[in-house]
Write a protein that binds this ligand. Structure first.
Ligand code: PEP
Ligand code: MN
Length: 359
């Protein structure tokens, strides 16, 4: 990374960027209150940092080995010493700011009336963002695949419902994009693009989704270490999009015995990730536990661990849902979760109370 002097001129910054591009690398220019830092994106092996150190306006040129340097706290601190958590805006909501953000809605959109009823009820319960799957990742080709599987027209119709429900109940909306071919369609209706756990490693999908410029809700793969999770988030940052919301959603359980949960909620990953990066971290207790009877406790636990938001699958009648009914809670239960979690968030948030960067 190249740290510019505080008095460096625009021309000097442009000149450093030009030199970086000459090497076939990309430049990530981050302008802080007091100085500009330029990250090199790409294979740094052939970079002569001592040459960069001699360029006009340059204070320091230092190689950084980290695979996720652009999203790291260390990088952020270089241009903003007081930097805390990045605040990501979607419609009227800020993720990563002072308020605990609740994302709620059905696992999968099944009909307009189902979605609108759930949207109305989760809004009343205190949710900020509406979720609903259209392009579903399913383990069996024989199970309901979401309305996105029924061709472009039905996919677009479901996206329009999601958009309209968001407008009607004043919530930005998020839905998963599972393949590159779906990106344009999803981006024209969703406020936040979700990349599901199974696609965490799909670097081409990540880069293309990042290039839409929309905020991305990025879920950790159930087999990924925290370093891998962050390294793949870096693929999006390298495209110039740092509006990335990281989501812990459970990792593979261990042992041959019965584990009683769908995945193992990796709660300690939440503060561990937050130490590494300025990106906001949220948690999904629904997929992590797979059990409606555990959502209350595990939501509280995730917020206590420092999550700045929760994604909770909600349905007025979970037993009726075509997908993930066993982990969905009702809007009434959601309200109880939100009430408790807000109190916990107030208690622990001072620990994370840091100057928020945005932009
Ligand atoms: C989802 O949130 O709809 C989902 C399928 O979750 P995950 O990718 O974490 O399994
Ligand atoms: Mn689900």
């Amino acid at each position: 990374m190249i740290i510019m002097k505080s008095e460096a001129t625009k021309e000097e910054i442009a000149n450093v960027v030009k030199e970086i591009k000459k090497l076939g690398l990309k430049a990530d220019v981050s302008q802080g209150e007091f100085r500009t830092v330029i990250g090199l994106v790409g294979d740094e092996r052939k970079v002569d940092f001592s040459h960069f150190a001699t360029l006009p306006g340059v204070k320091e040129a230092i190689p950084v080995e980290s695979p996720y340097k652009l999203i790291s706290r260390e990088y952020g601190r270089r241009f903003n010493e007081e930097m805390g958590r990045r605040q990501i805006r979607a419609g009227n909501v800020s993720i990563g700011g002072d308020e605990l953000v609740i994302i709620a809605g059905p696992c999968t959109i099944e009909s307009k009336s189902q979605l609108f009823r759930i949207a109305e009820e989760v809004k009343k319960a205190g949710a900020h963002i509406l979720r609903g799957g259209i392009f579903k990742p399913r383990s069996s080709v024989h199970s309901f695949q979401g309305l996105g599987a029924n061709g472009r027209e039905e996919a677009e119709q479901a996206l329009r419902w999601l958009y309209e429900a968001g407008q009607r109940f004043e919530m930005p909306v998020v839905t998963e994009v599972r393949a590159e071919a779906q990106i344009d369609l999803v981006a024209s209706y969703a406020d936040i693009m979700q990349i599901g756990a199974r696609n965490m490693y799909n670097q081409d999908l990540l880069a293309s989704v990042a290039r839409t410029g929309k905020p991305v809700l990025f879920k950790r793969h159930f087999g990924a270490g925290v370093d891998e999770f962050l390294s793949f988030a870096e693929y999006m940052a390298a495209e110039g999009n740092k509006d990335i919301i990281l989501c812990e959603r459970g990792i593979l359980p261990v042992g041959k015995g019965k584990n009683y949960t769908r995945y193992t909620f990796d709660l300690s990953a939440i503060p561990a990730i937050q130490k590494e990066t300025y990106l906001p971290v949220i948690a999904d207790p629904s997929h992590a536990t797979g059990r409606q009877d555990l959502i209350f406790n595990m939501s509280c636990a995730a917020v206590a661990a420092g999550a700045c938001g929760l994604m909770i699958e909600t349905h007025y009648d979970p037993s009726e849902a075509l997908v993930d009914g066993m982990q969905m809670i009702t809007p009434e239960e959601l309200k109880e979760v939100i009430t408790a979690c807000r109190k916990i968030h107030e208690l622990v948030a001072y620990k994370h109370k840091v100057k928020v960067i945005s932009g």
